[in-house]
Structures are given as C-alpha cells and as structure tokens.
Design a protein. Sequence first.
Length: 271
Amino acid sequence: MGKLDGKVAFITGAARGMGRAAAVRLAEDGADIVAVDICGQIASVPYPLATVDDLKETERLVEALGRRIVARAADVRDREGLQAAFDEGRAELGPVGIVIANAGIAPMAVEEHPAAWQDSLDVNLTGVFHTVDVAVPSMVEAGHGGSIALVSSTGGLVGVNGPDPGGLSYGAAKHAVVGLMRSYANFLARHSIRVNTVNPTGTRTTMAVNDAMAAFFARSASFSGEKARALPVDMIEPEDVANALAWLVSDDARYVTGVALPVDAGFVNKK
C-alpha cells in the first residue's frame, strides 16, 4: 500500500519541473492527480513556459504508474478558470485532500520588462491565493482534513533577489507566500487542514536553467554556484523538492503545520 492511497491531489504548475516531479512522486505513493498549468507564455517571462505537450507528458507519466489524472490548461491568475479545472478534476476523481500550489514564474532579466513587477505578484502570490481559495471550501465541506503545501523559495526567507523590479517582486511575493501560509495554518487548523511551505534553493528546471537567468545570476556570485550553499552542490533536483512535498502532505507529517521548510543544501543557514 502507498502512503497516499485513496487521496486526490490538486497540483498547479504541473506540466514540468517541480510540479511534474510532485505529480509523479505523489502518484508513486498512490494519489490520483488533478494537474493544471498555464500552457502558454507570459510576455515578461524571459524563458519559455510550459506547453500543452509538457502537460500531456505529465499525464502520461502518472498514468504509467497506474494512477488516474485529470490534466487541464488553466492560469492561476484566472480564478474562475482555475475553479472550473478544479471542479472537473474533483467530479471525476473524487474529493481533493491535498493541494500543492506550485505554479510560479521568475521574470528576472538583465533587460527588465515593464510588466515584470505585476506579473510576478499576480502569479507567485495571487495565484497561490486562488489555488487555495478554490480548493478549501470542498475540503472543509468533506470534513476529512487535508494538507496544503505552498511552494515558496529560499528567496522567501532571505533577501537575495536583485535590485530590478522582477527580482524585487519575486522576493516580495515569495516572502508573502510564507506569511499567507502562517495565516492559513492557524485558521484552517480547526478543520484539521495542515498548511506549510517548501522553500527550495535553485532547482534544475527550465525556470532556473536558461540564458536569461544565467545572465541574472552572473550579476552576483551569492545567488548561485556551490559557494552559495553549505553542501557542495550548485543546484538541487526537482525530485528533491517533490520528496519533501510528499512527506509534508502524508500522515508522516500529520502534526507538522505552519512550517517553512527549506530544501536548500544549507543556502539559508549559510547566509
């Protein structure tokens, strides 16, 4: 038996990277998955975002594990569209007891886009709020408790995101996600719903590994490379974050709530 047998997980940003890794990891533990991703581009983001084909690959990987999945294109900035995707998944798979708000962007670039500040807030903060907001009413109604994990960043614990509007907005949003988590953890506790964040360091995904981000990181040696972390690694893998998420949403962490969990090879401790 898997630790998540009989559970349904709602995961945003699930088409690739940490979201896909989380979908696969939770499916390995027995969960069925409601997976959403924007499957389109945002002009201020200087690297390609996920596509429909990426989301289909997540669907294929989950189904290959013998689990069910409902995958839909949805933008976390659009609450109504996100609600529709959630409702479709819940109708097909059953009540959702796990939420992973993972969708995020990093609109940091040497040549700043004028919309970067607002786009980052809209996706990285308001999108997280929308994700929780569409899921919580049915979780409360079901009365079975549950677990919510919000993907923040080490950039939500220390100020290392750069002086440009995209970098400042990213850091502000990721810090705010931690504050949001702490509030949710308190007022959802009476419903036996746990809420935590994971705060990864640089992770080997398309968001972090691209020409625009390489130029951004090059402006400060403190952002990247082995010297930025206590452990001798330059980055971590999406599966490292997925493993932490799988633990947080399982009953192994049944009394863990209100925690910001760094998965960072000692990045925050070294600062």
